[in-house]
Design a protein around this ligand. Structure first.
Ligand SMILES: Cc1cc2nc3c(=O)[nH]c(=O)nc-3n(C[C@H](O)[C@H](O)[C@H](O)COP(=O)(O)OP(=O)(O)OC[C@H]3O[C@@H](n4cnc5c(N)ncnc54)[C@H](O)[C@@H]3O)c2cc1C
Length: 309
């Protein structure tokens, strides 16, 4: 995710959302649901989206008002959803709704929610009877991803499309998926930050003022060194969170933040941002502390030793 975001943030958004849905299916789906959806999702034939947010709420998921009512072997869904990543391009949407069946009044809100696996045609308009995707929401940025509303008006879903086959588990399932997605979002932030840093270094080496590249001005060196430190620190924190969220990873929960080098340290070290990387193409450096970054910034710009003071 980090590397993809370094190249194109929107693509990592498309994949992250798809991954969240696949993860929810893998962790919580029935055997039949896994066999039906996962191979097609892995092959890229089915793209996933998930839908918990509504026009009046995002963080406060427990306040959702969309509802499912049982009718024989089916459920009838009504309500308006908001901010679906992959909303138009997906053919499978994991939709979180309130389902009071079997959960008497007074049940904690998060225990009266169910996730439905809703299949639909990709595209906009009425993509299935009772289900409308009105169109793309116009955003300020992040435009490579389609973000949409979703309107359910008497949408009929068979009972075997309740995720995990049991109502009342939806909040837990959705939070589990979104939590993995949050680590992915952090990885995307790291990728974007790394690219910004690389571009910053590159520019500082090209742009000249007062007869030398601005990378040779001490104030700019300090800024670049601080950026390098922050990019590296953010990466370390993200990897630590990813390890904690890896199913079955015991070391992480027991050792926490002070745990030893993450498993992908070797891979990471081949692409750790260093000021020299941009200039020379060399990817050997694994250090990007403030002093290292500042020193490399100077040396790559071939500053005579005296002026480095
Ligand atoms: C581009 C984009 C794509 C999205 N994709 C999806 C998707 O695929 N599926 C989906 O279901 N949703 C999606 N969302 C919705 C997203 O999950 C919500 O926007 C998010 O949960 C925040 O909710 P909100 O926008 O209602 O903001 P609010 O919850 O109203 O938050 C507004 C502000 O209040 C703060 N705040 C909220 N609650 C508290 C609190 N208890 N304590 C302190 N501060 C608080 C927040 O930090 C924030 O600064 C997407 C949103 C965007 C912008």
């Amino acid at each position: 995710m980090e590397e993809i975001a370094r190249g194109w943030m929107s693509v990592s958004g498309i994949i992250n959302t798809h991954f969240i849905v696949a993860y929810m299916l893998k962790q919580h789906g029935t055997q039949e649901q896994k066999e039906h959806f996962l191979p097609r999702m892995a092959a890229g034939e089915t793209r996933g989206a998930f839908s918990m947010s509504e026009p009046a709420l995002g963080s406060d998921v427990s306040a959702i008002t969309s509802k499912a009512v049982r009718d024989g072997d089916e459920y009838v869904l009504n309500g308006q959803k908001m901010w679906l990543t992959n909303g138009g391009t997906s053919s499978l949407v994991a939709v979180l709704v309130r389902s009071d069946e079997g959960h008497p009044e007074g049940t904690a809100p998060h225990k009266s929610m169910t996730t439905f696996l809703v299949e639909k045609e990709p595209g906009f308009g009425e993509v299935r009877p009772g289900l409308t995707i009105p169109g793309k929401i116009d955003k300020m940025g992040y435009k490579g991803v389609d973000t949409t509303e979703l309107i359910m008006d008497g949408l009929r879903i068979p009972a075997n499309r309740v995720l995990g086959g049991e109502t009342g588990r939806g909040f837990y399932q959705m939070m589990d998926g979104v939590e993995v997605g949050r680590v992915n979002v952090a990885a995307r932030g790291c990728g974007v930050a790394q690219r910004a840093f690389e571009l910053g270094v590159s520019y500082a080496q090209q742009r000249h003022t007062f007869g030398k590249a601005i990378a040779q001005h001490q104030a700019i060196q300090f800024k670049l060194a601080e950026m390098a430190t922050k990019v590296e620190a953010a990466h370390a924190m993200m990897v630590n969170a990813a390890r904690k969220r890896t199913p079955g990873s015991e070391t992480t929960s027991k050792q926490g933040w002070r745990s030893t080098s993450p498993p992908n340290t070797a891979r990471r070290s081949s692409r750790t941002p260093s000021v020299s990387t941009v200039d020379t193409g060399s990817r050997r450096s694994t250090r990007s502390s403030a002093s290292t970054a500042r020193r490399r910034c100077c040396s790559s710009a071939k500053v005579p030793p005296r002026s480095r003071k």
